[in-house]
Design a protein around this ligand. Structure first.
Ligand SMILES: [Zn+2]
Ligand SMILES: [Zn+2]
Length: 87
């Protein structure tokens, strides 16, 4: 089982274990500070699931899921080729 690489989809900044995000009270959050990648974007304070995650380097928001970059899986490639041949 391979792990996804986690980095900003816009500037490729990689969050460190010591990086922290805030559940923004300005956006209706509870002000908890934590590392959002430990919980998949879920605030441990109020259980709110953040669909967007701000980059601490470029200060731009991206959908949380876009931060996960999975290595290409060869089996997917093969299936795609089979699909292409069939159509
Ligand atoms: Zn919260
Ligand atoms: Zn960035």
């Amino acid at each position: 089982m391979s792990e996804p690489e986690i980095y900003c989809p816009l500037c490729t900044w990689r969050p460190a274990g010591s990086s922290r995000w805030r559940c923004s009270s300005m956006m209706g959050g509870c002000d908890t500070v934590w590392n959002t990648f430990w919980t998949g974007g879920v605030c441990p304070g109020c259980s709110y699931r953040w669909e967007i995650t701000i980059c601490l380097a470029c200060k731009k928001f991206s959908p949380h899921e876009n931060w996960y970059h999975w290595p290409p899986r060869p089996i997917d490639e093969i299936e795609r080729q089979l699909e292409a041949e069939r159509s």
